[in-house]
Design a protein. Sequence first.
Length: 405
Amino acid sequence: MSILAHILKQLFRPVRPTQQYFLGLLFTLWLAIPGRINFLNLARYSGKSEKTFRDWFEKPLCWISLNTALIQSLQLDNHIGQRAILGIDASFIPKSGTCTPGLGKFWNGSIGRAEQGLELSCCSYIDLEHRQAFVLHACQTPSTLEEGKSRLGHYADHASDVLGSLPPAVRDSLEAVVGDAYYAKKTFVDAMIARGMTVVGKLRVDADLQYVYAGPPSQKAGRPRLYDGKVDFKDFQRWEPVTFDFAGIGYSAILYSKSLKRNIRVVVILWPRKSGMGRGVFYSTDTMMPAQKVMECYRARFEMEFPFRDAKQHGGLLSCQSRQSAALEFHWNMSFLSVNLTRAEQLEGHVGAKENFVFRMEDAKRRAYNEVLAQRIFEVLPWRGTWDKFRNRISDVLNLGVKMA
């Protein structure tokens, strides 16, 4: 709670006092509610009406500014590093009914097929030094698009908007925009390069790549020779061997991608498996980026899966009752903000080496619930004293059920 009050004071555009009070109340409730976090339970635990929460959820809030202020505060205290990437990914959100805007068929990775529901596109700030991920913004993916607009174009617009909203200090710390193989398309890559960003990602294992011709001119009429044959992933004689700090054989080369229409740095990782050699093909639009850095950026992208997990399991990401797009996005971003704030508080309280830090969202929720329950009991007891003094006396009780107290 104290860290939320601190970052609210750091915002370039101050949040109104009434909205600051509501955010403080909401963050406390978000951690304390043990079950589904919806309007009904928010009203039960707060004493306010459901309509109060419904009305507030439809009001806009500067989520990117809040999260970047939190990131800058952690950087100032050396809890996270100065090198980072912008990770982008989408997540399926189940939703019943037929009246919610944006309801459609979206890919559900947990079951491996498209299902009826909602989808959010999410951009995250991922610290490369200590592998800490903080969600910057989540927005809803529309089910129907304007003529000539693709879903990948929507993702590119979202990432561009987030990049444009970042303060210069945070944006300058980003070394690349990183997405999985779905984002390895010309539409997305061109949009990010137009924003001055390097794109790192993954290609198909059978990607259509060509060697760049580096020989002398042929002295013949016509266009100079540009390419020198198609890449065969069974022959790496023309590649540069690379060593990594993890298992596998690595090769790197500057190649031409027919799908991206540009020269890229390609890194191939080979590893043994029962049916033969496994292969992963990764790329960077910066041809001067070392192969080790390409893999460092791509491997760090996986850290954004943990905020998804924590928000779904403990942050109420899947339990919004509203059928309004503005309220849905408010709920999703509040879920991620609760995870970000809890992670920041535990980082500030961590003692010891940074690499030994373990984030515990479940423990934070258990303690918050215990504290709300104890405070309710305190309010009905004939106790002469303040809650702060009483809380210090029962600190052990407040940790009841916490796994790593």
